[in-house]
Design a protein around this ligand. Structure first.
Ligand SMILES: *Cc1c(COP(=O)(O)O)cnc(C)c1O
Length: 333
């Protein structure tokens, strides 16, 4: 897997840590040993997984001569926060289109990522109703900015195209080098599956290296069938771009959809329990929308003896803790 063939801004200079979670493993009381890969500690204001994808997307934007970035996401989007963060570092303007997926949920004075958009000097925020064609909304903005003489570049939701997903194929390689250095034989990896770039990239990278480590995605919005199709399609595109000759088999893409609850970003009791458990056993801050629900899935799978006795399971912590401060009431209840 040759990542040097693509334009890439090197934002990440050291691998994120892989740490054991002994207190959490003990608390769950099963014969499963848990580890965590700390992508919450990636650089970029507030940390989190989008930085891996943005190494490739921002480089592509710069190579194409862009001076302005347009991207989109939900109203408390970690992706929007991190895209803005790297745009600031690169000296580019950044405009955000935010989808109000829960009607009436947008509050311009809200804390969390919303506050950070303002703090880092976002050029504009446009809030559109749930279900809006986000690509079309970004294109409209791009036409408007081009008319003003700017050179806009659009990054899709979550930076989840074949360019961005390269970042997580590269993460698979980083992870395997670390596990070999640590002489740690992981049996299973559990990750969040949202806009799908993280999941697709990891499947491609793990397949490309013949790692033999199965990856399970915990959905945060869609049902199993729909999400697996999206991940599989993007994985094939990414593998093609990277030039991987190994076939990506459909059955290597596995999603669990029973931890979404009533819908994207809507809290569940299991998420609240998982966030508290991680905080109170390992001093690790999860988030309500992604890593909290993924951890709820991980915990439930362990309690249900989904993993064989003695299994070593690696949880990918994708970050998102700045969003906690927009959900304080949920955790104080
Ligand atoms: C975006 C995000 C995810 C999901 O990653 P995708 O590549 O969109 O599937 C998971 N966790 C956090 C904290 C995120 O911001």
């Amino acid at each position: 897997m040759n990542f040097a063939q693509f334009p890439r801004r090197k934002y990440i200079h050291t691998p994120t840590p892989i740490e054991p979670m002994p207190a959490l493993s003990k608390r769950l009381g099963k014969d499963v040993t848990l580890y965590v890969k700390r992508d919450d500690l990636l650089p970029g204001a507030g940390g989190g997984n989008k930085t891996r994808k943005l190494e490739f997307c921002m480089a592509d934007a710069l190579e194409k001569g862009a001076d302005t970035i347009i991207t989109c996401g939900a109203i408390q989007s970690n992706h929007c926060r991190l895209t803005l963060s790297w745009a600031v570092k690169e000296g580019l303007d950044c405009h955000l289109i935010l989808e109000e997926r829960v009607k009436g949920a947008y509050d311009p004075d809200a804390s969390g990522n919303n506050f950070l958009y303002q703090l880092m000097g976002v050029k504009s925020i446009e809030v559109v109703p749930g279900g809006t064609d986000m690509m079309a909304a970004m294109e409209k903005k791009a036409v408007e900015l081009s008319g003003e003489g700017q050179k806009p570049y659009m990054i899709p939701v979550g930076a989840s195209n074949a360019i961005g997903a390269l970042g997580y194929a590269a993460c698979a390689m980083e992870t395997m080098v670390q596990l070999n250095d640590m002489h740690l034989d992981i049996d299973h990896m559990v990750i969040p599956s949202g806009s799908a770039g993280t999941h697709s990239g990891l499947v491609v990278g793990m397949t490309g290296m013949d790692s033999g480590i199965p990856v399970s995605g915990i959905n945060v919005s869609r049902d199993k069938q729909a999400q697996e199709e999206i991940v599989y399609k993007l994985a094939r595109e990414t593998a093609g771009k990277l030039g991987i000759t190994k076939k990506i088999f459909r059955d290597t893409v596995v999603c669990f959809d029973q931890y979404v609850g009533p819908g994207y970003s809507i809290p569940t009791d299991a998420m609240v329990e998982a966030v508290k458990l991680f905080a109170q056993t390992e001093s690790i801050l999860l988030d309500p929308v992604y890593s909290g629900k993924t951890a709820a899935g991980l915990i439930d799978l362990i309690r249900k003896d989904h993993f064989p006795p003695g299994a070593k399971v690696l949880f990918l912590h994708t970050g998102g803790s700045p969003a906690l401060y927009a959900y304080m009431d949920t955790f104080r209840k």
